[in-house]
Ligand binder design. Structure first.
Ligand code: NOJ
Length: 512
């Protein structure tokens, strides 16, 4: 386990929209380098950069054309090496995004694989034996290649599935995961990882980590065996490199070697019950909505068993949101966001802040899809730095921007919020500073629920020697403390009298 993860607070950067330094309307690596001091000022000490590799960008770069080349629109490989260097000088670790399940249909492996003549890459992807024979139950394409066969897709049409084999095989074109061609796919991924780790990258966020072996069993044991093998390689060769999965099944992901797994907003899981309750009819009852009358037990009944089963193996990562989910600001107001982030930044595990969430950027509802974004596009608009043209994102004419900036008159900016001591940005800074200075808030520090009752507030938990109490509701709430304690941090109005804790509406506190 890389020791640095214990103290890590990540910042996710969607490179398209972060900072444009050459005036072409799209963000670049130089822009990220320019803003590293901002990342530090925020209290973040680690980055996850969405795919920045050569790509036709039909899925925002998750369709990789060349894993070892930076997309020219972002800069050069040398710029990325310099980014690693500049980040390291500031104590910032950098994760790249590894997409192991599929490539772009323009990747040279695929261009070879689709040829009629057999070659080194013929079996790099999943192909049937005839252009008329589809792939049962899975998306596929036929009639597009000289090769007589259909190929399987892993996500969009532009993303053919790499071949790691099938665990349960019912067709003669399906290979076993231990066939040489499938092993070669895995070795090719390791080669890519070594390439970037040798250049100074500190690990990977792994896209669709559970999607490798097809027709796997319910424990994904064949896919898991691949990750165990990759983790062994990392432990031997790059013991400080971190591996974080997009799996949203921490019990499996951590067992198979990931250091952390994201707690994503998958349909009906605990995360949604906190910030975006799209399950219950009759309104939004999420716990962090001030008038939601939410029930913390809906979150805990999902999260606690996962936490208990994984606490010795690694971390569950809370996110403020990510490039695939609506921003939390879509359902929560600024005061609610403060409490939400306070909770995410004090729970166990390794937290991630998505760029712009620290100032409460909006999810833009009516925006045209870009690069396969569709409903996700509204979460990917340019960072709002200040009140200059294009909110300081770019000097390009407004109609040349990657995506339009939030047109709202009151669109939040970093510059405004830096000046306001009570802003969301300054709250985030205070929280990250607290997290990094308190041993009880480290990723692996003890966690125990002290008070959580159905339909009641506050939610009280223990981290190391600290007690944390969360009252997101618009009503006063109180709790009994185990002993006399003092406030180390508060949001809203919190009173302590002897062993009682009285929490004003929308309040949060850390006690010691
Ligand atoms: C998950 C990524 O986060 C998403 O943005 C992408 O479209 C799919 N995987 C496919 O790679």
């Amino acid at each position: 386990m890389p020791a640095w993860l214990k103290d890590a607070v990540f910042y996710e950067i969607y490179p398209q929209s972060f900072k444009d330094t050459n005036g072409d309307g799209i963000g670049d690596l130089e822009g990220i380098i320019e803003k590293l001091n901002y990342v530090t000022s925020l209290g973040c000490n680690a980055l996850w950069i969405n795919p920045c590799f050569d790509s036709p960008f039909k899925d925002a770069g998750y369709d990789v054309r060349d894993y070892k080349k930076v997309a020219p629109r972002y800069g050069t490989n040398e710029d990325l090496y310099r980014l690693f260097d500049e980040a390291h000088k500031r104590g910032i670790h950098v994760l790249l995004d590894l997409v192991p399940g599929h490539t772009s249909e323009e990747h040279e492996w695929f261009l070879e694989s689709k040829k009629a003549e057999r070659n080194q890459y013929s079996d790099r992807y999943v192909w049937t034996k005839s252009a008329f024979q589809g792939i049962g139950g899975r998306p596929y394409i036929g009639g597009e290649a000289d090769r007589d066969g259909c190929y399987m897709l892993n996500f969009f049409k532009c993303q053919p599935a790499l071949n790691y084999g099938f665990l349960k095989r019912t067709e003669d074109w399906q290979m076993a995961p231990d066939e040489p061609a499938c092993i070669e796919t895995k070795e090719a991924m390791k080669d890519i990882m070594r390439f970037w780790l040798d250049k100074g990258c500190d690990g990977f966020r792994v896209d669709m980590a559970d999607s490798l072996v097809k027709e796997d069993d319910e424990n994904k044991s064949a896919t898991g065996a691949i990750w165990k093998n990759i983790r062994e390689m990392l432990d031997n060769e790059y013991p400080e490199a971190a591996l974080i999965s997009e799996w949203s099944n921490p019990v499996l992901a951590l067992k198979y070697g990931f250091h952390a797994d994201f707690y994503l907003d998958h349909h009906g899981n605990g995360y949604n019950t906190l910030i975006r309750d799209n399950e219950t009819p009759g309104g939004d009852h999420s716990f962090l909505k001030k008038d939601g009358n939410g029930d913390i037990m809906r979150f805990l009944s999902d999260y606690l068993p996962k936490y208990d089963k994984t606490r010795n193996d690694g971390y569950i990562s809370f996110i403020t949101c990510n490039h695939d989910t609506p921003r939390a600001r879509r359902t929560l107001g600024f005061d609610e966001l403060k409490i939400a982030y306070a909770m995410f930044l004090t729970l166990p595990g390794v937290p991630f802040i998505y760029y712009g969430d620290e100032i409460g950027m909006r999810y833009i509802e009516d925006i045209h899809t870009k690069e396969g974004g569709y409903a996700r596009t509204g979460t990917r608009t340019p960072m709002q730095w200040d009140n200059s043209a294009n909110k300081g994102f770019s000097t390009a004419p407004a109609d040349k921007l990657y995506l339009p900036v939030d047109p709202a008159d009151d669109a939040p900016t970093v510059a405004d919020q830096e000046k306001d001591p009570s802003s969301l940005l300054n709250t985030v800074k205070a929280l990250t500073a607290l997290r990094r200075s308190e041993p009880g808030l480290k990723a692996d520090a003890e966690f125990e629920v002290i008070y959580a009752e159905k339909d009641e507030f506050p939610f009280v938990f223990k981290r190391g020697d600290l007690i944390i109490s969360v009252n997101p509701s618009d009503k006063k709430a109180s709790a009994t403390l185990p002993r006399k304690m003092e406030k180390a941090y508060e949001i809203g109005n919190v009173q302590i009298s002897d062993a009682s804790l009285i929490m004003g509406p929308q309040s949060f506190c850390v006690l010691r």
